[in-house]
Design a protein around this ligand. Sequence first.
Ligand SMILES: [Zn+2]
Length: 305
Amino acid sequence: MPLTFFTHKAYDAHKMHDGHPERPERTQAILAHLQEAGQLAQFDQRNPRTVSENALKRVHEPLYLRKLVENAPTSGLVMVDPDTHLSPGSLPAAQLAAGAVEEAVELVLSGKSKRVFSCARPPGHHAEHDAGMGFCLYNNVAVGAAAALSHRGIERVAILDFDVHHGNGTVDIFKDNPGVLVASSFQHPHYPHRLFDLERPNIVNTPLPAGTDSPGFRKAIERDWLPALDRFKPQLLFVSAGFDAHTDDPLGDIHLREEDFSWVTKLIVASANQHSEGRIISTLEGGYNLDALARSVAAHLAALV
Ligand SMILES: [Zn+2]
């Protein structure tokens, strides 16, 4: 069964101000690299549907959702937070990025796919229940996890987040939901400085000091993620796949390389094969050095199939 690969041209129309690191060239660089490497042709390539209102309401406050729609500009930019803006193309893009993960859940739970990657912008893991922040509008991975739990027979899902930034939004949304295990590794102290020390049985926070390299990362993941996954036995695995912990990334100071993203992905695949019938849904979060991002996504996908 080939990997399902979601992407959409509409992501190019989500633009922030000039010089902003979260830019259309990110997904463009990934697609160009996968095309050139002959990897893209091996996937079942699809355009996602727009997310349903119902799926958004499972994870976000109705007032926040309404404000996003009301504030969406027809020209220029509107500020959501100092790092995050709405352009005319932003909401359609965000609705597809969240919709891809919602649709991925249908595909995987109906047995039509086992592995899904969503090559999408904007990212999602900083978006909290009632606030967008850190380049994120809708929490894409959370939309998927909540959609999965709405299916009969699905009671436990896990979200694994190896972005260099803490997945505060995902933690915020699921902190009191014992059906979702959230494990996030992140540079600390570092943006976003929220919820990183929250103690809950279903939250696994793995802070990494600046300068952490491959052995330090691998040791921390084996120490924190493996026992948590073995205890929790998720029926479906989600990945917040951020690649800004790459040593060449301008937004972090963690020194991973492509082979580390391949390593952590293989660990996730092994856990999925053991507990989750091999089912993995991965969605793009950060990664801001275009070359490092494209090569890292390629390594992630090669390990995923
Ligand atoms: Zn990040």
